[in-house]
Design a protein around this ligand. Sequence first.
Ligand SMILES: Nc1nc2c(c(=O)[nH]1)N[C@@H](CN(C=O)c1ccc(C(=O)N[C@@H](CCC(=O)O)C(=O)O)cc1)CN2
Ligand SMILES: [Mg+2]
Length: 291
Amino acid sequence: MTAKLIDGVAIGKELRSEINDGVRKLLEKGCQPGLAVILVGNNPASHTYVRNKEKSSIEVGMKSEVIRLPEEVTEAELLKQIESLNADDTIHGILVQLPLPKHIDEDLVIQAIDPKKDVDGFHPVNVGKMLIGQQTFLPCTPYGIMELLDRSGVDIAGKHAVVIGRSNIVGKPMGQLLLQKDATVTYCHSKTKDLSSITKQADVIVAAIGKSKFITDEHIKEGAVVIDVGMNRDENGKLCGDVDTEKAKAVAAAITPVPGGVGPMTITMLLKNTLRSAEMAVTEGRCSKKA
Ligand SMILES: Nc1nc2c(c(=O)[nH]1)N[C@@H](CN(C=O)c1ccc(C(=O)N[C@@H](CCC(=O)O)C(=O)O)cc1)CN2
Ligand SMILES: [Mg+2]
């Protein structure tokens, strides 16, 4: 078997065109969706992601505001920035790029964002709503994976999905979203014993481990769908995932590549959440005239 590649760039493009349609409808009503991104410090990867978020939001017609703060910024100054964005009616989505420097309490910062503008879906109020199946902002990476599966015709109901990884932003919400689509979900993590005996039972594997090419054909059942969330550098400094794609392709039915799979969907879903936030603001009369 040679696995079909699930193309996150193409699916993302299709979705961004739909988002652009939604933005145009809001512009006709006098509201331009606005996304504010706060970036603290000098992490080069974070700078790249934030530039991409800025560029992508402008491309779909949104207002983009990027606030770059120095590494030494105090927690109090950062919280003040968030407060001001919470009160700004031209901003519908607020995102603080992670990771933050060690002296800043990430949880405190996330909790300072108005849940109605938390387009990352990280605020405990939104995490709680997601858990009980209420409409809310879903965290962008797992939300993007659900879209990839849906738009690739992968039916989840009744399937055994194995999620490897238990981070708050990927692994944990991923399992919950799969459960809501009636999958039977197993979580695996760094303390799991005999990992391959569990992953070999999976119809769908989501690998979010953070170890280069860790998942091979030895872990995969013939015909499984493999979603690779990893973003690592291999021995030659080349970007690679948590899955050894070449080996996995021989047994999997479908697989996401790295790059070009899950990654591009993360920013796409951020735009979708921001659009939704602006739509709600219009309904509730909270959107200022076009910025
Ligand atoms: N506040 C947040 N911080 C972080 C998040 C997040 O969702 N919200 N996620 C990651 C980083 N991230 C977005 O912020 C992100 C990572 C990767 C990609 C992506 O498109 N990757 C490409 C490859 C890019 C490359 O060549 O380096 C791909 O996989 O094709 C987008 C967004 C941590 N922080
Ligand atoms: Mg910290």
